[in-house]
Design a protein around this ligand. Structure first.
Ligand code: FES
Ligand code: FES
Length: 169
């Protein structure tokens, strides 16, 4: 298949990404991870395993944490996406991002965007999770560096900041 034949197969793809509407044309076999990184420049998500095993490519699709290396880009048509780039408000980091720094939960950093997005999905549906719930929510996100303890501490600290003190509930 030459380039022109390939382009004839492209499909339109409209997404809301980090609050912005984006329309592009993509080959139907392209992965969402590749379109986000290569076409939209959203390189925060990482493609480590490329086979759905590690969670480093996690983004939110309609609020649900998904592995963008396992989703075809056209499957995201018409949906609302949030990537790590959409979390901060200008210069102000999201409480999860701040907590990961303050709790020394980042070493090489490669897994961290996926961890934070999986944690965001958890806190959106369960604002006051237990440590067990955090472990459960992040069990598909692999980290080769940290040993996970500080990561869980960071998520719990961000939850406390976002949800406020227990007796205010
Ligand atoms: S790169 Fe997607 S799960 Fe590992
Ligand atoms: S901080 Fe290095 S893989 Fe998690």
């Amino acid at each position: 298949m030459d380039r022109a034949q390939e382009q004839a197969l492209y499909v339109p793809l409209t997404l809301q990404v980090n609050g912005r509407s984006v329309t592009l044309h993509v080959a139907p076999w392209r992965l969402l991870a590749d379109v986000l990184r290569d076409d939209l420049g959203l390189t925060g998500l990482k493609v480590a395993c490329g086979s759905g095993e590690c969670g480093s490519c996690t983004v939110l699709v309609d609020g649900e944490a998904i592995r963008s290396c396992m989703m075809l880009a056209p499957q995201a048509h018409g949906r609302t996406l949030l990537t790590i780039e959409g979390l901060a408000a200008g210069e102000r980091l999201h409480p999860l991002q701040r907590a990961f720094i303050e709790h020394f939960a980042v070493q090489c950093g490669y897994c961290i965007p996926g961890m934070i997005m999986a944690a965001k999905a958890l806190l959106d549906r369960q604002p006051r999770p237990t440590a067990d719930a955090v472990n459960q929510a992040l069990c598909g996100n692999l980290c080769r560096c940290t040993g996970y303890v500080y990561i869980v501490d960071a998520v719990l600290a961000a939850a406390r900041e976002l949800a406020g003190p227990e007796d205010a509930a």
